[in-house]
Design a protein around this ligand. Sequence first.
Ligand code: 5RP
Length: 219
Amino acid sequence: MNQNELKKKVAWYVLKYIPFNTIIGIGTGSTVSYFIDALSTIKHLVKGVVSSSYSSTLKLKNLGFSIYDLNSVNNILVYVDGADEINHQLQMIKGGGAALTGEKIISSVAHKFICIVDKSKYVKHLGGFPLPVEVIPIACNYVMNRLKKFGGICKCRNNVITENGNIIIDIHNLKIYDPVKLENLINLIDGVVTVGLFANRKADLLLIGTENGVKKICC
Ligand code: 5RP
């Protein structure tokens, strides 16, 4: 099975964890796009959705889901999203699709974060995938100089402006020894909006698509 087939497999499998008649939090990316296809088959059992990005919202709207603004919702039981990397403690790197800020906010509101990935994303140590940091444009140079102190190589993502009007700096070849500490330290830098390290708000349940079925890992 190729990577897309594994993504599709896990995206359909997660349906069994979706509570009926509630508002579901929806992430971003190709795995989530398969999940939205799957969710549309039980749309009549879903009260509505809160979406983390324009791309997911557009697809959800086209499929006829009721879209809720996060500010009008007090309770999200389940948030479903993919990841660029996830470690054995269920801490993640996210933001490959530049939607990290919306993803972090909605996942913080949700009671349960279910992460769906193909097996290539499950790693022992985070950092193989470049760590995205969303930054206010005027702070680019300053933030880059501060980020360099953590090691790795900072590169501004070309031709990308986030939905919030910001830029993305990707930190390549970063050795992440303590994800919680690094997330907290990067968050303290003025000009940083969000770091794509989900270590404080990690996943509660990980579903991994493999050739031999879907593997479940709970925290
Ligand atoms: C977007 C994300 C995605 O979850 C991550 O990039 C994984 O995407 P895909 O499912 O396409 O591999 O964090 O900001």
